[in-house]
Ligand binder design. Structure first.
Ligand SMILES: O=P(O)(O)OC[C@H]1O[C@](O)(COP(=O)(O)O)[C@@H](O)[C@@H]1O
Ligand SMILES: [Mn+2]
Length: 640
């Protein structure tokens, strides 16, 4: 916007000296408020209930606020009761109300609870302007809540007035509604902004519900994870992404997401699978012990679909690698390494027996050629993904709020890694004779992703192929490993062939000098900067804090299948005016159990960094914008 235009708009908005001065005073006041709380999560992997729980308990922050406020006044059991009322107000109200035989006792409980919730709300809103708090209140209770929140209870007249308001709320049968509204406001104010550092999709059953919930969130940004790319790629018309995501859905017994949530018909794939495949133990789906077990017929159908789509994937991969020599993935053309009888495979000069092969549609002479039926099925499926309205809505949101990386309040957020060689030099991808590495690599990949998404008719152009590269390419910042050994994991028993060599980044990220270099590359020169990654579950006995606290790994550990490796649920991060805090979560069981037994999954909280002085809004990115606005207003005042 030109300076002239900005000035004109400001003049229209603030037509008098008084209006300008008032606005300057307002903005200055905001700059001095404490920095609001950011929360970071990652690797949610379709686990809606656990994710929803962490949102409701604000990464454990609500419990801490209750402790701060009520220690010495409420027992820890009563604090826990109050916390769960705030997390799950409607459900907890149903349970609590059953405890009261006498109407009078329930009335007393309402009065006590109003007082506790209002006190808590007041405590949680001290960081915000009144106008911001107002926006977070339920419209039907704004007036009443403000009266009760900012009222002066000292004088008797006033006390009577407030008593009348609370009595009316109960008598008019609005008490439950009022409590629910207060609880939602508290949930909302405790975390001001949420970052999701990738991998919302795959493995767990309800990524669509997570997206719906995020779309209603008051303030969120997303960094794309490698699994999310498969779904973005599917909506962008990439058959390779479609094949990969369907394979993973079959592997985790999650095809319902595709059929029921996104309305994509799998009948033709199923017919193809029935025609060519038999049950194969290598393709039995991983079952979630908490979900009902599918029937044998269903298991057999999923098993065959799993094989059919895996073979389509391996064929399409061979074609893409031939089409894109610049991806340098020739060694991942697997089907041509099979012997004539498809019983053995030669990798790096060594021969391995094939176990449970299912290559009946693979022609030894032309291994990457799809059968006409396979071609029809994958083309139709890709069209179905492109045309799914619900998927488009979710992916539009992903495009709007998402990015390959984000620089926010001096922190760099990236799902996987910044690819480097062993010496720590940025590694890259050469496209049209230009080597893209470091930040330039991220920008190249994001530009291509956006153009591919905007044109879903193309299925084999460079931009669409780069989407698949992001999933599995040797220098993909979202994947971070040399190769994805999916083929070996299905068909070769020798576990040595399953190893996926991580990028040197994962060694080097323990060194603070290296992290400083990476942060510089992305324009963060302030010493207080951090790099925040998701993607790699933190194994038992390993620390998520590296490089003198500059590097933090916050794999949320939501994925059920990974609990064995981590021993805990995972980590989330909070960044408030006092500094950064890492929150450890225990594995979540079920929503019902949490609500009934008041079982919270937050266990400990480790202070990563403590600010010497409390951080104010002035020191944040928003603060920078506000200072700019103040300067413009001051200039306007000078010309008045
Ligand atoms: O646990 P699964 O389903 O076998 O998946 C293993 C595959 O997932 C990956 O780890 C990628 O997924 P993540 O982003 O969750 O790590 C691949 O590197 C690996 O081949
Ligand atoms: Mn990942």
């Amino acid at each position: 916007m030109t300076q002239e235009l900005t000035k004109k708009l400001l003049q229209e908005k603030f037509p008098t000296r008084e209006a300008i001065t008032t606005e300057i005073i307002n903005l200055q006041a905001i700059l001095n408020l404490p920095k609001s709380t950011e929360a970071f999560m990652s690797d949610i992997h379709g686990e809606f209930a656990a994710f929803d729980h962490v949102l409701r308990n604000a990464s454990g922050n609500i419990k801490i606020k209750i402790e701060d406020l009520f220690n010495g006044r409420l027992t820890s059991k009563n604090q826990q009761e109050l916390a769960f009322l705030v997390y799950y107000p409607s459900q907890r109200l149903k349970i609590i109300k059953k405890n009261f035989a006498q109407a009078e006792d329930l009335r007393q409980w309402y009065l006590d609870t109003f007082a506790q919730l209002l006190e808590l709300l007041k405590y949680c809103s001290t960081k915000y302007t009144r106008s911001k708090v107002r926006k977070a209140l339920a419209p039907e209770f704004v007036y009443i809540t403000e009266e009760l929140l900012y009222g002066d209870f000292a004088s008797t007249d006033k006390q009577n007035y407030y008593a009348q308001i609370t009595t009316d709320i109960i008598n008019l049968k609005s008490a439950d509604q009022f409590i629910i509204a207060l609880c939602h406001t508290i949930q909302r104010l405790v975390v001001d902004h949420l970052h999701v550092v990738g991998d919302i999709y795959d493995r767990g059953p309800h990524p669509d519900k997570i997206m719906d919930r995020l779309m209603k969130h008051h303030s969120v940004d997303l960094q794309w994870g490698n699994h999310d790319i498969l779904w973005l790629g599917a909506a962008a018309g990439s058959p390779l992404c479609v094949a990969n995501l369907l394979r993973i859905c079959a592997r985790y017994n999650n095809l319902a997401i595709v059929e029921d949530a996104y309305g994509i018909n799998l009948r033709h794939l199923s017919l193809l699978a029935e025609k060519y495949y038999q049950d194969n133990p290598c393709f039995a789906p991983k079952l979630n012990p908490q979900e009902p077990k599918p029937s044998n017929a269903e298991l057999s159908q999923i098993n065959k679909i799993h094989q059919a789509i895996a073979i389509i994937q391996f064929k399409l991969e061979g074609q893409a690698i031939d089409r894109r020599p610049e991806f340098k993935m020739q060694d991942r053309k697997m089907l041509e390494k099979l012997d004539k009888h498809q019983q053995k495979i030669t990798l790096n000069g060594q021969s391995y027996p094939i176990v449970h092969g299912c290559f009946q549609t693979v022609d030894y002479q032309h291994p990457y050629q799809l059968l006409p039926q396979e071609q029809t099925v994958i083309t139709q499926l890709t069209q179905a993904f492109v045309h799914s309205d619900k998927l488009r809505r979710h992916m539009d949101f992903f495009m709007q709020k998402g990015s390959m990386y984000l620089v926010y309040n001096n922190n760099l957020l990236v799902h996987g890694c910044v690819p480097v060689d062993e010496q720590g030099n940025f590694e890259g991808l050469t496209i049209n004779h230009h080597l893209y590495c470091g930040k330039e690599l991220f920008d190249l990949l994001e530009d291509n992703l956006r153009s591919s998404y905007a044109d879903s008719h193309q299925s084999t152009d460079l931009a669409t192929d780069l989407l698949w590269y992001l999933w599995t390419g040797p220098v993909s910042p979202l994947f971070g490993k040399r190769a994805m050994t999916t083929f070996e994991r299905y068909f070769i028993a020798d576990a040595n062939t399953h190893f996926e060599k991580p990028n040197s980044y994962y060694q080097l990220r323990h060194q603070s000098q290296f992290i400083t270099k990476v942060l510089h590359e992305f324009g963060i020169t302030d010493k207080t900067g951090h790099l925040i990654n998701g993607h790699t579950p933190v194994k038992k006995g390993h620390s998520p804090i590296m490089a003198d606290g500059k590097m933090l790994v916050i794999d949320g550990g939501f994925a059920e299948a990974y609990h064995q490796t981590t021993g805990i649920g995972g980590y989330t991060l909070l960044y408030n005016s006092y500094g950064l805090q890492l929150v450890t979560h225990q594995p979540f069981t079920t929503r019902e159990q949490a609500i009934k037994q008041l079982s919270d999954i937050v266990s400990t909280k480790r202070v990563v960094e403590q600010e010497v002085a409390r951080k104010t809004v002035a020191e944040t990115d928003i603060g920078k914008q506000l200072k700019q606005q103040i300067q413009q207003l001051e200039e306007l005042l000078a010309t008045e």
